[in-house]
Design a protein around this ligand. Sequence first.
Ligand code: GLU
Length: 568
Amino acid sequence: MSDNPQNLKRRISSLKQWQEGLEELLSSGMEDFEEKLFNFLCDQNELVSMDKFKNLLEETGLRDNDFRLNETMQKFRNVLERQLHDEHELRGMMDKETFLDCVSDNIVVISKALTSQFVIPEFRTFTDIIDKIFEKCVYNEKGKPAQYIPQLARGNPKHWGVSICTVDGQRYDLGETNIPFCLQSVVKPLTYALTLNDLSPDVVHRFVGQEPSGRSFNELTLDYQNKPHNPMINAGAIVTSSLLKKGLVIADRFDYAMDELKRLSGQEHVTFNNSVYLSERATADRNFALGYYMRENKCFPSEADLVETLEFYFQLCSIEVTAQSGAVIAATLANGGICPTTGDKVLNSEAVRNTLSLMHSCGMYDYSGQFAFKVGLPAKSGVAGGVLLVIPNLMGIFTWSPPLDQWGNSSRGVQFCEELVANFNFHNYDNLKHTSKKYDPRGRAVESKAQDVVNVLFSAFNGDVTAMRRYALLGMDMSLADYDGRTALHLAAAEGHESIVRFLLEKCNVNPHQKDRWNFTAYDDAKRFKHDDVAKILLEYMKKHPTPEGELQIEDINEKIKHLYNID
Ligand code: GLU
């Protein structure tokens, strides 16, 4: 659930502190990041609080159980353990040496988080809006849980959870995100993706089509080639179940599916609900009818055993996740098949792309067309109330609430998705440049190279050394040139900004010999506009760093130096 006001106050004040401190950190240069971080975080006794540091990371969406922080967290535990036996040390407080030792192993992700390089840099601004959308959906009491088996009919209509995981592993949870529930139809795109990952799309689509059926999800119907219309409806999912690791014995096939789902979820919660499976199997007349109809029409691979296939399909539907583990699965799909929380490459990117395409057109039962129109994102829902939503290259979201609408989709889940794209420009066809009414939480990761050039050149022209340091720290190429071949160094030299020229040369190692389209170097510009101090800096640096062409260039420079210093 969302924060109480006190928590919120605490959170906002620490975020403010963080932002102000970060500015200072960046403006004092880019070297010795760990030390600057220590200076920024330490108190008057030169100690850093472990909790304060962890809170700071959490503000960015990074959890302390993230695998990328393993070494740091282990060292924190060791420090706490040691402090238990040493009464002179303040528990949870670290001196400089201890702090540097703890953070150094994981400094890559720590600096990425703290220098706003995650895909959603201002994570709290984003999640504050998510809080509001979540709260709005609490009041939606439409629909009721699925009634066809007692295990689902007993679902609590009040349960409502939303979990988010970005492609950089930033996490956020609201409501009931730790309660297991069955994937049901949400397993269909996952079965399809795993099948595609193993067999090629050509092989898989010999057995199943790619068209929306225009019929109900469990309709007894095939397409014009006598294939199930797509893998998101029951007929298609039963066929893809028959393809999944078809060479193995059934027990190993089940183990394979469980292991792969576990990998997709970054080793988070994936279990099997046997009573749901037994209920599914006991009430499966329609699915058996579909199975026999498809066998009659030669829809299965020749070696498939019908009853075994159907049972496997029911078992897959009875696999449980939580909203949290489901969000990681969704994020793995958003991230092209690589799990963002473990770095495990589970699926190839083509399998993911094909899966997302079919989720987009067929994932939300008979509401799929309207969903694609209104939300414009790939999603899949299931009758236990789960909705898996993918925002490609950005994040995965899993919502869970048992009451279903007339189409069999979670009422709150659909409302959440619709509100989401009303607030953020996440719809596939939202224009990212001109959709001004919507908020875009994406950071510079999606900014174009052209925008990078403008930012760097503009700051160099204005003499904004703080901004230049920030861009350098963010890993931008500081030698980028515009259409005319003008670089930041040219502009800083032409404007006489000595500190920027020094920064670009000494810290960023940009090439001082780079020429613009009129064959001018930065030195030529400094000279032309009578900034002799800057011209001297450039010449001396050029002398120390000649171009590979060598001697001639140095002699040339020597000539220029003589001229500049009036030496004959
Ligand atoms: N086990 C259900 C069936 O095959 C799946 C229902 C669903 O989530 O669509 O009928």
